[in-house]
Design a protein around this ligand. Structure first.
Ligand SMILES: Cc1cc2nc3c(=O)[nH]c(=O)nc-3n(C[C@H](O)[C@H](O)[C@H](O)COP(=O)(O)O)c2cc1C
Length: 198
Protein backbone atom coordinates (compact mmCIF):
# COMPACT_ATOMS: atom_id res chain seq x y z
CA UNK A 1 0.00 0.00 0.00
CA UNK A 2 1.25 3.51 -0.83
CA UNK A 3 1.20 5.76 2.24
CA UNK A 4 2.10 9.45 2.32
CA UNK A 5 3.40 10.89 5.59
CA UNK A 6 3.53 14.68 5.90
CA UNK A 7 5.26 16.38 8.85
CA UNK A 8 5.13 20.09 9.69
CA UNK A 9 7.43 21.02 12.56
CA UNK A 10 10.57 23.16 12.35
CA UNK A 11 12.51 21.36 15.10
CA UNK A 12 14.13 18.00 14.40
CA UNK A 13 14.20 17.29 18.15
CA UNK A 14 10.46 17.85 18.49
CA UNK A 15 7.99 15.25 19.68
CA UNK A 16 6.19 15.75 16.36
CA UNK A 17 9.30 14.57 14.49
CA UNK A 18 9.43 11.48 16.73
CA UNK A 19 5.75 10.77 16.04
CA UNK A 20 6.30 11.00 12.28
CA UNK A 21 9.42 8.82 12.38
CA UNK A 22 7.60 6.25 14.51
CA UNK A 23 4.77 6.10 11.97
CA UNK A 24 7.19 5.80 9.03
CA UNK A 25 9.17 2.97 10.66
CA UNK A 26 5.97 1.09 11.53
CA UNK A 27 4.53 1.48 8.04
CA UNK A 28 7.75 0.37 6.33
CA UNK A 29 8.06 -2.65 8.65
CA UNK A 30 4.54 -3.60 7.60
CA UNK A 31 5.67 -3.63 3.98
CA UNK A 32 4.07 -0.38 2.81
CA UNK A 33 5.66 1.96 0.33
CA UNK A 34 6.04 5.21 2.27
CA UNK A 35 6.74 8.69 0.95
CA UNK A 36 7.81 10.89 3.83
CA UNK A 37 7.90 14.69 3.58
CA UNK A 38 9.32 16.85 6.33
CA UNK A 39 8.06 20.14 4.89
CA UNK A 40 10.53 22.35 6.78
CA UNK A 41 13.49 20.13 5.94
CA UNK A 42 12.71 20.23 2.25
CA UNK A 43 12.03 23.98 2.36
CA UNK A 44 8.49 23.62 1.03
CA UNK A 45 7.27 26.97 -0.33
CA UNK A 46 3.78 27.50 1.13
CA UNK A 47 2.86 30.57 -0.93
CA UNK A 48 0.19 29.83 -3.53
CA UNK A 49 0.88 32.15 -6.50
CA UNK A 50 -2.03 33.57 -8.53
CA UNK A 51 -0.81 31.67 -11.58
CA UNK A 52 -1.46 28.33 -9.83
CA UNK A 53 -5.07 29.03 -8.83
CA UNK A 54 -6.85 27.96 -12.06
CA UNK A 55 -7.74 24.27 -12.07
CA UNK A 56 -5.74 23.54 -15.22
CA UNK A 57 -2.76 25.72 -14.28
CA UNK A 58 0.72 24.32 -14.76
CA UNK A 59 2.58 23.83 -11.46
CA UNK A 60 6.26 23.52 -10.59
CA UNK A 61 7.81 20.05 -10.76
CA UNK A 62 8.00 19.94 -6.97
CA UNK A 63 4.26 20.67 -6.62
CA UNK A 64 3.49 18.17 -9.41
CA UNK A 65 5.42 15.55 -7.47
CA UNK A 66 3.50 16.30 -4.25
CA UNK A 67 0.20 16.22 -6.18
CA UNK A 68 1.00 12.90 -7.82
CA UNK A 69 1.94 11.34 -4.48
CA UNK A 70 -1.17 12.49 -2.67
CA UNK A 71 -3.40 11.45 -5.59
CA UNK A 72 -1.88 7.95 -5.61
CA UNK A 73 -1.74 7.55 -1.83
CA UNK A 74 -3.90 4.76 -0.45
CA UNK A 75 -3.23 6.05 3.04
CA UNK A 76 -2.29 9.47 4.42
CA UNK A 77 -0.69 10.43 7.75
CA UNK A 78 -0.41 14.09 8.78
CA UNK A 79 1.65 15.16 11.82
CA UNK A 80 1.70 18.69 13.23
CA UNK A 81 1.39 20.75 16.43
CA UNK A 82 -1.66 22.83 17.24
CA UNK A 83 -0.61 26.42 16.49
CA UNK A 84 -3.40 28.85 17.27
CA UNK A 85 -5.98 26.12 16.64
CA UNK A 86 -4.53 25.72 13.14
CA UNK A 87 -1.78 23.86 11.30
CA UNK A 88 1.59 25.66 11.00
CA UNK A 89 1.55 28.01 7.98
CA UNK A 90 3.86 25.73 5.99
CA UNK A 91 1.25 22.96 6.15
CA UNK A 92 -1.61 25.34 5.37
CA UNK A 93 0.36 26.28 2.26
CA UNK A 94 0.88 22.62 1.40
CA UNK A 95 -2.90 22.18 1.54
CA UNK A 96 -3.44 25.32 -0.59
CA UNK A 97 -1.02 24.15 -3.29
CA UNK A 98 -1.28 20.35 -3.26
CA UNK A 99 -4.90 19.62 -2.31
CA UNK A 100 -5.93 21.27 -5.55
CA UNK A 101 -8.73 20.92 -8.10
CA UNK A 102 -8.24 18.04 -10.47
CA UNK A 103 -6.02 16.33 -7.88
CA UNK A 104 -8.04 16.18 -4.67
CA UNK A 105 -11.50 17.37 -5.74
CA UNK A 106 -13.49 18.54 -8.75
CA UNK A 107 -16.60 20.60 -9.20
CA UNK A 108 -19.25 18.80 -11.21
CA UNK A 109 -20.20 19.90 -14.71
CA UNK A 110 -22.18 23.15 -14.69
CA UNK A 111 -20.90 23.99 -11.22
CA UNK A 112 -18.66 27.05 -11.20
CA UNK A 113 -17.48 26.42 -7.70
CA UNK A 114 -20.62 27.12 -5.68
CA UNK A 115 -21.75 23.55 -5.22
CA UNK A 116 -20.54 20.49 -3.39
CA UNK A 117 -17.40 19.15 -5.07
CA UNK A 118 -16.65 15.52 -5.77
CA UNK A 119 -13.74 14.16 -3.79
CA UNK A 120 -10.96 12.61 -5.85
CA UNK A 121 -8.53 11.32 -3.26
CA UNK A 122 -8.41 7.56 -3.32
CA UNK A 123 -6.92 7.13 0.15
CA UNK A 124 -9.09 4.75 2.15
CA UNK A 125 -8.03 6.32 5.41
CA UNK A 126 -6.20 9.32 6.81
CA UNK A 127 -4.72 9.81 10.25
CA UNK A 128 -3.97 13.21 11.75
CA UNK A 129 -1.63 13.27 14.75
CA UNK A 130 -1.65 16.55 16.65
CA UNK A 131 0.18 17.74 19.73
CA UNK A 132 -0.89 20.62 21.94
CA UNK A 133 -0.52 22.17 25.36
CA UNK A 134 -4.24 22.56 26.00
CA UNK A 135 -6.18 19.87 27.87
CA UNK A 136 -8.81 18.25 25.57
CA UNK A 137 -11.74 19.49 27.65
CA UNK A 138 -10.66 23.16 27.42
CA UNK A 139 -9.80 22.81 23.70
CA UNK A 140 -13.36 21.66 22.98
CA UNK A 141 -15.22 23.95 25.40
CA UNK A 142 -13.34 27.21 24.85
CA UNK A 143 -11.92 26.94 21.32
CA UNK A 144 -14.27 24.43 19.66
CA UNK A 145 -11.31 22.23 18.59
CA UNK A 146 -11.05 23.80 15.12
CA UNK A 147 -8.49 21.23 13.91
CA UNK A 148 -11.14 18.51 14.18
CA UNK A 149 -13.38 20.36 11.71
CA UNK A 150 -10.54 21.51 9.46
CA UNK A 151 -9.15 18.02 8.83
CA UNK A 152 -12.29 15.89 9.04
CA UNK A 153 -14.78 18.14 7.24
CA UNK A 154 -13.05 20.95 5.35
CA UNK A 155 -10.21 18.89 3.89
CA UNK A 156 -10.44 15.10 3.93
CA UNK A 157 -14.25 14.86 4.00
CA UNK A 158 -14.52 17.21 1.05
CA UNK A 159 -11.84 15.31 -0.85
CA UNK A 160 -13.52 11.92 -0.48
CA UNK A 161 -11.54 10.28 2.33
CA UNK A 162 -14.18 8.45 4.33
CA UNK A 163 -12.18 7.14 7.27
CA UNK A 164 -10.46 10.01 9.05
CA UNK A 165 -8.92 9.45 12.48
CA UNK A 166 -7.42 12.13 14.65
CA UNK A 167 -5.31 11.59 17.74
CA UNK A 168 -4.34 14.55 19.92
CA UNK A 169 -1.49 14.25 22.41
CA UNK A 170 -1.74 16.81 25.17
CA UNK A 171 -0.36 18.34 27.35
CA UNK A 172 3.09 17.98 25.75
CA UNK A 173 5.01 20.65 27.65
CA UNK A 174 4.62 18.94 31.04
CA UNK A 175 4.62 15.35 29.74
CA UNK A 176 7.00 12.77 31.18
CA UNK A 177 9.14 10.41 29.14
CA UNK A 178 6.83 7.56 30.22
CA UNK A 179 3.79 9.47 28.95
CA UNK A 180 5.48 10.12 25.61
CA UNK A 181 6.34 6.46 25.25
CA UNK A 182 2.68 5.62 25.83
CA UNK A 183 1.68 8.13 23.15
CA UNK A 184 4.15 6.60 20.70
CA UNK A 185 2.64 3.17 21.41
CA UNK A 186 -0.74 4.72 20.50
CA UNK A 187 0.80 6.01 17.25
CA UNK A 188 2.03 2.50 16.34
CA UNK A 189 -1.29 0.97 17.29
CA UNK A 190 -3.44 3.39 15.25
CA UNK A 191 -1.14 3.22 12.23
CA UNK A 192 -1.35 -0.57 12.22
CA UNK A 193 -5.11 -0.61 12.72
CA UNK A 194 -5.63 1.74 9.76
CA UNK A 195 -2.91 0.31 7.54
CA UNK A 196 -2.35 -3.31 8.52
CA UNK A 197 0.47 -5.38 7.05
CA UNK A 198 -0.49 -7.05 3.80
C1 LIG B 1 3.24 29.62 17.19
C2 LIG B 1 2.71 28.67 18.23
C3 LIG B 1 1.34 28.65 18.48
C4 LIG B 1 0.82 27.74 19.40
N1 LIG B 1 -0.52 27.71 19.63
C5 LIG B 1 -1.04 26.80 20.46
C6 LIG B 1 -2.44 26.69 20.63
O1 LIG B 1 -3.23 27.44 20.07
N2 LIG B 1 -2.91 25.74 21.49
C7 LIG B 1 -2.07 24.90 22.15
O2 LIG B 1 -2.54 24.04 22.88
N3 LIG B 1 -0.75 24.96 21.99
C8 LIG B 1 -0.20 25.89 21.16
N4 LIG B 1 1.15 25.95 20.99
C9 LIG B 1 2.00 24.95 21.67
C10 LIG B 1 2.32 23.77 20.74
O3 LIG B 1 1.15 23.11 20.33
C11 LIG B 1 3.27 22.80 21.45
O4 LIG B 1 4.48 23.46 21.68
C12 LIG B 1 3.53 21.56 20.65
O5 LIG B 1 2.33 20.86 20.41
C13 LIG B 1 4.49 20.65 21.38
O6 LIG B 1 4.96 19.66 20.53
P1 LIG B 1 6.50 19.63 20.12
O7 LIG B 1 7.25 19.27 21.38
O8 LIG B 1 6.63 18.57 19.07
O9 LIG B 1 6.84 21.01 19.65
C14 LIG B 1 1.71 26.87 20.10
C15 LIG B 1 3.08 26.92 19.85
C16 LIG B 1 3.58 27.82 18.93
C17 LIG B 1 5.07 27.85 18.69
Amino acid sequence: MKVSVILAHPDKRSFNRTIAETAVVELRQAGHSVSFHDLYEEGFDPILPASEIPAQAPCSSSIDQHCQEIAEAEGIVIVHPNWWGQPPAILKGWVDRVIRPGVAYNFLEGDSGEGVPAGLLKAKAAIVFNTSNTPAERERAVFGDPLETIWKNCIFGLCGVKDVRREVFSVVVTSTEAQRQKWLAQVRDLVMRCFPAR
